[in-house]
Ligand binder design. Sequence first.
Ligand code: FAD
Ligand code: SF4
Length: 501
Amino acid sequence: HKKAVFILHDQLNLESWPQWVQDEKPVLIFVESEAYLRSLPFHKKKLIYLLSSLRHFALECPEAGFPVYYHPTEENIGSGLNELLKANKQLQLTYMTPSEWSTREELRDLKKEFKDRVNETSNTFFLADAEAYKDRVKDGWLMEYFYREMRQQTGYLMDGDKPEGGEWNYDEQNREKLPKDHPVPEIAETETGDITDEVIALVEEEYEDHFGKSEGFSYAVTRRQALYRLNEFIDQRLDEFGPYEDAMAHGRHELFHSQLSLYLNNGLILPKEACDKAEKAYQEGKARLNSVEGFIRQIIGWREYVKVYYEAMMPEVREANHFDFKNALPELYWSGETKMNCLQQCVEPVINEGYSHHIPRLMVLSNFSNLTETDPRELNRWFYLAYVDAWEWVVLPNVLGMSTFADGGVLASKPYVSSGNYINKMSDYCKHCDYKISKKTGEDACPFNYLYWNFIDKQRDTFANNQRSSFMVNMLDKKSEEDKEKIFSSSQKFLESLERE
Ligand code: FAD
Ligand code: SF4
């Protein structure tokens, strides 16, 4: 028998594989599946990133002493492996549980077909044991309590059994607007080499109709390059990550965010490495506590929590649509063309780079989708195909759980909706906008302002039933009949004229 290990495109780190893989040096099998790449019109930069990092990794493995078999196929991943198992009767294959459901099902079918020749080993790319937390998360267990357990389990920022500094969470200090002319360090660009150039040409030719731009690809594609970026973030941006975490600024998309999600999500960087370095920067006095705690919480808290949620809620949650919205996604998510400056500013980096940080995703793009009563599954599909860091296990909980309330309140206590005030408070977008943030209704009023009250009115049951949001319904009811009439007519006019797909 010939032992082989299948390395999936988001498992690119041998340190996370069981020890026997290191010791026995089995053949490593890679499958480049065209069917997977075409399963959605994924952003061109996502395809370039996925293919280039996979090819680079496969080329590095022989240097570490592993024989490699690289298998390009038009079929899906399961069928690609099926072909190999049929052609090589001696092959004994181990795969690691895929993080994404569809691939997981393909490989489990393979396991059924080739019972004694295919083994599954559990996924070790995450820090939390999903089985241990699944039931509680399904019952609405809050992220904050999960996070505290993860702090204790990992020991990050712990002073004995107490949190460093006395608090578990310093978010109160993390809501500042970026002051005018505040310097923001540039993120270094990684130069492309031959392999990436070849992949760019392939994507431009074969995947021309996919979303987004391929020009200017400058993400890291190897572990060494990704570690360089991690170090750069720790040295130059981590200290101010906390205070400006929720800020947005015209023309400056990353601010102090790490832009590491794409590397964490395919294994080039491990979550533990990122947290170890952040904690060390705090211990050495190079980064403040509220920044380091905030960063570590995003990784051992949110990132792990959404994975557990995915395991707990799949596959039924894919169809979740609490408000039963039926509208297609507004056209501007594809074109970026709109007079609303905040939306233009938040879609542009997605078209160009397949990236935006958390607040544009949540408080602008999801907020607007909710207020325009868009089918959350359409929004989920868009987030899945449009972002370089998107994988179903992380997109779906963030969209159907966190930002749209499609799951009816398992993950979040209320839908993420706000008027223009929030956007104006956290950014300078409104200064550059054709609409007037100060106006509540009428042609030139900020659409977020009236759509927000319109939404509260239509979904009043959901808001009234929740302690944290029932005051909004009361506020709406206190408005004069005339004001309410203006809100509803402005909203209706706007919604009727909004171009959809
Ligand atoms: P930073 O702000 O620097 O945060 C550090 C790291 O924490 C990130 O790299 C990421 O790994 C992790 N993280 C932070 N927040 C979350 C979260 N809510 N869920 C999971 N991990 C988190 N993240 C993805 O990785 N892929 C997605 O497809 C994705 N889709 C999202 C869709 C919506 C609607 C929302 C609201 C959030 C989504 N997120 C997604 C979470 C978050 O917005 C991104 O992880 C983050 O913006 C990535 O940029 P960064 O690396 O600069 O993050
Ligand atoms: Fe966005 Fe309204 Fe501000 Fe314009 S005025 S940028 S639409 S929040």
